[in-house]
Ligand binder design. Structure first.
Ligand code: NAD
Ligand code: MG
Length: 397
């Protein structure tokens, strides 16, 4: 029996994780669930799985949840609040597995707490790795944590590599990684129309159902940019060995090419329960609830090169890798601010990339050799991005 903490349980990945866990009740039990402010969703989850702890980000939401649980005569779950509690339920001695599924930089510290405690960490929260890269991977090594990728592409790459040597790619004959992406909802939208697209259009992903932030990232292709950086860290590979391939059907989830010309791919229906079940059961397998891939009904698989002129975020992510230091932190922080502004109707879609580029060119890059340095660069970049969004708003009124 393994005890599981889900960081970000009310989100898209969190809900899928609970769905998979419920398929093997004899193997997994939920220790803690956590959420930002969604009290109603958390109430339903706590009633269903009766965890030892439920953590809300703020005390006010926690108090509402306590009241609601009392009203429903649920008394086996203790409700906690705040970031410290998020870290505590991630690192608690009893916990075996932590699903890191908070969105954005807010997930960094709880995810690192799980890593430092040597847990089996299922990483959906790509922003944490993009921000803390070297520190994060050093902590995995030092604490002997088991880091398993949930991002479908990285999970696919992981599955296409040899067991046991996933961080020494040249020695296992790997030539390059082909990171696939759907191209998002605007793959065929002409550049001049992108200025008019709305948040709801950006969040209507053709193949995947996801939270709003990652949906916008998919529409700008920043998601692929963040995933490029994520893959560099996870597989200890230079960005020059990773090619992005647009594959609109999202059936192949990524590929690995070997020096003998073999190309291995992992395929499946686009449903996050597959990588979640893979990582939960690894090195074994378990059912996920995902239906069989009907390759005949699918009929064809298409591939094309990404268009970095219409989707400059991909270029910016490569530049962040080349510049090194805190560049990826600046990229990620500015992106979070710009995406939130776009979702709030304060910024046009093409301006997301412009805000990021302006922050990357204005905030000084240093070597992030401590968590404090990471957090400082993150704060500086967010402040610069907020100022840039305001400047643009003032210009447009
Ligand atoms: P989501 O917005 O649906 O859910 C986010 C979760 O994090 C919620 O439970 C929310 O309450 C919690 N949260 C948000 N802000 C918080 C804060 N400040 N403090 C504490 N908790 C907070 O997001 P999602 O789509 O489930 O994505 C989660 C992560 O997984 C992201 O990093 C995303 O890039 C990654 N990911 C998601 C998918 C997908 O299919 N949804 C696929 C691959 C990777
Ligand atoms: Mg992905």
């Amino acid at each position: 029996m393994e005890l599981v903490t889900i960081l970000g349980s009310t989100g898209s990945i969190g809900v899928s994780t609970l769905d998979v866990l419920a398929r093997e009740p004899d193997c997994f039990r939920v220790f803690a669930l956590t959420a930002n402010t969604g009290v109603a969703d958390m109430l339903q989850q706590v009633i269903a799985v009766r965890p030892r702890f439920a953590v809300m980000r703020c005390e006010q939401s926690a108090e509402q949840l306590r009241q609601a649980l009392a009203d429903n005569q649920v008394d086996e779950t203790e409700v906690l609040a705040g970031e410290r509690s998020l870290c505590e339920v991630a690192a608690a001695r009893e916990v075996d597995v932590v699903m890191a599924a908070i969105v954005g930089g807010a997930g960094l510290e709880p995810t690192l707490a799980a890593v430092n405690a040597g847990k089996k960490v299922l990483l959906a929260n790509k922003e944490a790795l993009v921000m803390a890269g070297q520190l994060f991977m050093d902590a995995v090594e030092e604490a002997n944590a088991v880091l398993l990728p949930i991002d479908s592409e990285h999970n696919a790459i992981f599955q296409c590599l040899d067991d046991g040597s996933r961080r020494d790619l040249p020695s296992q004959g790997v030539k390059r990684i082909l990171l696939t992406g759907s191209g998002g909802p605007f793959r065929e939208t002409p550049a001049e129309e992108l200025v008019h697209v709305t948040p709801d259009q950006a969040c209507a992903h053709p193949n995947w159902s996801m939270g709003r932030k990652i949906s916008v990232d998919s529409a700008t292709m920043m998601n692929k940019g963040l995933e490029l950086i994520e893959a560099c860290w996870l597989f200890d590979t230079p960005a020059s060995n990773i090619d992005v391939v647009v594959h609109p059907q999202s059936i192949i989830h990524s590929m690995v090419e070997y020096i003998d010309g073999s190309v291995l791919a992992q395929l499946g229906n686009p449903d996050m329960r597959t990588p979640i079940a893979h990582a939960l059961a690894w090195p074994e397998r378990m059912p996920s609830g995902v239906g069989s891939l009907d390759i005949i009904a699918q009929g064809r698989l298409d591939f094309e090169a990404p268009d970095e002129n219409r989707f400059p975020c991909l270029r910016l992510a490569r530049e962040a890798v080349e510049r090194g230091g805190t560049s990826a932190i600046l990229l990620n922080a500015a992106n979070e601010v710009a995406v939130a502004a776009f979702l709030a109707g304060e910024l046009a879609f093409p301006a997301i990339a412009e805000v990021i580029e302006s922050v990357m060119n204005s905030v000084a890059v240093v070597e992030p050799n401590s968590l404090d340095a990471v957090k400082l660069a993150d704060r500086e970049a967010r402040a610069a991005a907020v100022a840039e969004v305001k400047r643009r708003q003032a210009e447009n009124t």
